[in-house]
Write a protein that binds this ligand. Structure first.
Ligand code: SAM
Length: 273
């Protein structure tokens, strides 16, 4: 199927990139096809795309055989997306709205779905946290394929004893596998952002037994709230936490960034009991 070049679609619909909406568009169809391959074979799979904009990534997902539901806030993009829907009859549903205010599970009618999105930094991080904190586990989403600034992507996949390791890494890794799938040069975007980007791929794992997510969140908040301090100081504000660390044989002279994800999970389990 031949689709008009994305630059022509943008020009015809007057879609100048809005800074307020964090719009940096991707036009390179080879790159878009590579991103659409990150989640694996999408033929016949349901995909939730957030922030399709003029539809570059959307057309790559449709070409891969996915059934796409897309949430877009900028109504200027809707006619271009409607045109794309006509080229793939019955395969694209577009919902106008703010993805932060929409219940994705209901929108996807309770069925499993893969998430694929190239979003502004703040919205992408807020949605990632929401998907990772899903009360239902395994979650309704089967994978997350998300574009971030490289620095944020590195914080998601970070290993202990690195400066990027923090709350986001623990939240991402305690019951999912998170990988940096590919780096994307800033020049691939129109307009180019100031920094480099990367695609992160997240898949759910089995959740460790006996740990409440809210407790893990409290532990990481306390520990990384004062990341330069020793645990015996940073965990002071959380009742029982210093004693729990000692009972687990975790040296409280250590700093938060030296603990493994498993050690954070053990601490949270102890405090959840
Ligand atoms: N996916 C397109 C691409 O790769 O070329 C556009 C990417 S652009 C970085 C981000 C898109 O997300 C924009 O179209 C913007 O209007 C949309 N967007 C921003 N905040 C949103 C929100 N809260 N809910 C839904 N869409 C949003």
């Amino acid at each position: 199927m031949t689709l008009p070049p994305l630059r022509e679609v943008i020009a015809r619909h007057g879609l100048s990139a809005s800074k307020a909406l964090g719009q940096n568009f991707l036009f390179d169809e080879h790159l878009l096809d590579r991103i659409a391959r990150v989640p694996g074979d999408l033929a016949g799979q349901r995909v939730l795309e957030v922030g399709p904009g003029p539809g570059g990534l959307t057309r790559a997902l449709l070409r891969a055989g996915a059934e796409v539901t897309a949430i877009e806030m900028d109504r200027r993009c809707l006619p271009a997306l409607a045109e794309l829907g006509e080229a793939f009859p019955g395969k694209l549903t577009v919902v106008e709205g703010d993805a932060l205010k929409i219940d994705h599970g209901t929108l996807m009618q309770g069925e499993p779905f893969a998430v694929v999105a190239n979003l502004p930094y703040n919205v992408g991080t807020a949605l990632l946290v929401r998907w990772l904190e899903s009360p239902q586990w395994p979650p309704q989403w089967t994978s997350l394929t998300l574009m971030f600034q490289l620095e944020v992507a590195q914080r998601i996949v970070a290993e202990p004893d690195t400066s990027s390791f923090g709350r986001l890494a623990v939240l991402a890794q305690w019951r999912t596998s998170a990988k940096l799938a590919m780096k994307v040069h800033r020049s691939a975007f129109t307009p180019p952002p100031k920094v480099m980007s990367a695609v992160v791929h997240v898949t759910p794992d089995e959740a460790p037994e006996g740990v409440r997510a809210a407790k893990l969140s409290q532990v990481t908040e306390a520990a990384f709230g004062q990341r330069r301090k020793m645990l015996r100081q940073s965990l002071k504000g959380l009742p029982g936490a210093v004693e729990a660390a000692e009972a687990l044989g975790i040296d409280t002279a250590r700093r938060a960034e030296t603990l493994s994800v498993d050690e954070f999970v053990a601490l949270a389990r102890c405090l959840s009991a």
